[in-house]
Design a protein around this ligand. Structure first.
Ligand code: DX5
Ligand code: ZN
Length: 229
């Protein structure tokens, strides 16, 4: 039975960049379901973050799912490196190149779960032919590149359409950007099951004082679940 229960995936983009291993251990200990790793190349998005070596270094500190979001272009040339680094899920952007179908085939070829991500300006129909190629569709609810941005409510109708397209296929709907206690119910109500949250999880705590992380995760999860009735 496909598990479509609400999962919280903190984005380490909002973590202490000088303390990633401890931060990953802390958020998992405080209830994170997945660890979301935002890879940025300074070309596909106007920001730079982690390479494969960083993901490999993080792997021993993540007991659960390492959910790697590749905001990079070209993407195919790096898939093997992120697969070898230990990613469990590798998500590529449909906008990253002309051959997303082949990219997804390659990700699954490395034995990893395949995700496709959509920027706010990309219609959900762009992934209509990929429904049987993916394990996850990530809908960006901010323009990618930075944490702490405001949630784009315009994406709610798109998420609802996506939920219809997926039907009973075992495909997660991941929402990425601006997820808070206030916006989590909105996306859960229209069918999202994985909620990425950076600033809303990491606020108020640290790896040495992680209790606020646990409180933030619990509040976001509870708000989403309450919307499901
Ligand atoms: C943005 C990233 C998001 C971001 C979420 O490009 O893909 O995962 O880190 O951060 P918040 O939750 O602060 O919007
Ligand atoms: Zn992300």
């Amino acid at each position: 039975m496909f598990d479509r229960s609400i999962k919280i995936a903190p984005s380490i983009l909002a973590a202490d960049f000088a303390n990633f291993g401890a931060e990953c251990r802390a958020i998992e200990a405080q209830g994170a379901d997945w660890v979301h790793v935002d890879v940025m190349d300074g070309h596909f998005v106007p920001n730079l973050t982690f390479g494969p070596a960083m993901c490999a270094a993080l792997r021993p500190h993540i007991k659960g799912v390492m959910d790697v979001h590749l905001m990079i272009s070209p993407v195919d040339v790096y898939l093997e490196a992120y697969a070898k680094a230990g990613a469990d899920i590798i998500t590529a952007h449909v906008e990253a190149g002309p051959h997303i179908h082949r990219t997804l085939q390659a990700i699954r070829g490395f034995g990893k779960k395949a995700g496709v991500a959509l920027n706010p300006g990309t219609p959900v129909e762009a992934v209509a032919e990929l429904m049987d190629m993916v394990d996850l569709v990530c809908v960006m609810t901010v323009n990618p590149g930075f944490g702490g941005q405001s949630f784009l409510e315009s994406q709610l109708a798109k998420i609802a359409r996506l939920r219809e397209m997926i039907g009973d296929r075992p495909v997660h709907i991941e929402i990425d950007g601006g997820i808070t206690v206030a916006t989590a119910p909105l996306v859960a109500k229209v069918g999202a099951d994985v909620l990425v949250a950076g600033s809303a999880v990491f606020k108020g705590g640290s790896a040495d004082w992680p209790e606020p992380y646990g409180t933030n995760i619990r509040l976001i999860r509870a708000a989403a679940e309450a919307a499901l009735g």
